[in-house]
Design a binder for this molecule. Structure first.
Ligand SMILES: C[S@@+](CC[C@H](N)C(=O)[O-])C[C@H]1O[C@@H](n2cnc3c(N)ncnc32)[C@H](O)[C@@H]1O
Length: 303
């Protein structure tokens, strides 16, 4: 089922992610994602495309009523389960396709999270639909993706222009509107290159899928790098200006907006009717050589 090619990266990723995430997760994406997600104690959480499950396990340790990770890569799940065996947290891991989750009944979860996985899931519409189906009314779907406006696989590059002591950083993007499948090269051993599949979708496409699945977006964040990332990643200082990641929080089947009850108080309130109330560098995210910087996946040395 691992059509995306993630089995070949599983051991390498597990080493890098460990229990805390690699540099890019730890010092760029995760702090914002975790703050958007908020308290997890007592919640039932589904982690779509969980990889080695370090976050699934974290939520179980933080007192989630249930924390389940699903991934299409059997090799990634082996690492997740091995970690769980060695240091039990109470998390569970299932092999499956995020776009088809027959093992879960409707309304089963309070939160669905897809952390840096939605752009790697072929059937993005299906995954969002399933997230909606398995969420209880008012449940939240929180996901992070490579920023569809600024980090479009090999079609986005940093442009750094220097004039005396001044430098201007911009991001050159081509082919934004075109949905497409891309093969991402990963130099995982210094000698060997593995490939995964990723799926670029313009922002409006994500928004359409969300709306069609009964979601309303209530928050968007574009994480800034922390000091550690600015220091250790060559792209860190650039990301202070231009974000390479996007985090979205959407609520499922939001309550209809009701107008406030009219007050039969003073004549004044009745009459007003108010209610209370020049050096272009190819970079970015994907397909880096080891030792150079990486996208979200961060192959920065020392990460
Ligand atoms: C970049 S990794 C992110 C893993 C993890 N969330 C993290 O942040 O470390 C993307 C993951 O999505 C998984 N994936 C891709 N397509 C999937 C699908 N259709 N269903 C479930 N998981 C999928 C891959 O196997 C891979 O583990």
């Amino acid at each position: 089922m691992d059509k995306g090619g993630w089995n070949a990266l599983a051991a390498w990723r597990d080493r890098r992610m460990g229990e805390r995430g690699d540099l890019w997760h730890r010092a760029i994406i995760d702090p914002t994602l975790l703050s958007v997600l908020g308290q997890v104690r007592g919640l039932r959480i589904l982690d779509l495309g969980c990889g080695n499950g370090y976050l699934t396990r974290r939520w179980a340790r933080l007192g989630a009523a249930e924390s389940v990770g699903v991934d299409a890569s059997t090799a990634s799940l082996r690492f997740a389960r091995r970690r769980e065996r060695n240091h039990p947290s109470g998390a569970r891991f299932l092999h499956g396709n995020a776009a088809r989750l027959p093992e879960f009944e409707d309304g089963r979860f309070d939160r669905v999270v897809a952390h840096m996985s939605l752009m790697d899931i072929e059937d993005g519409a299906g995954a969002i639909r399933e997230a909606g189906r398995v969420l209880a009314p008012q449940g939240r779907f929180v996901f992070s993706i490579s920023h569809p406006c600024f980090d479009i696989d090999v079609r986005s590059v940093w442009v750094v222009e220097r004039h005396l002591n001044e430098s201007t950083v911009s991001r050159k993007v081509t082919g934004y509107r075109k949905e497409r499948t891309v093969r991402i090269p990963w130099d995982i051993s210094g000698k060997r290159t593995a490939y995964t599949l990723a799926y670029h979708r313009p922002l409006s496409v994500y928004l359409r899928y969300l709306r069609e699945s009964g979601f309303a977006v209530i928050r968007m964040e574009e994480p800034s790098p922390r000091r550690e990332a600015i220091r250790k990643s060559p792209q860190g200082p650039f990301m202070v200006e231009i974000p390479l990641h996007l985090i979205v929080e959407a609520v499922h089947r939001p309550l209809p907006v009701r107008s406030a009850p009219s007050r039969v108080s003073s004549p004044a309130s009745r009459t007003t009717g108010r209610t209370p109330g020049a050096v272009a560098r190819r970079s970015g995210s994907r397909g880096r050589k080891r030792g150079s910087d990486s996208r979200r996946r961060g192959s920065t040395p020392g990460s």
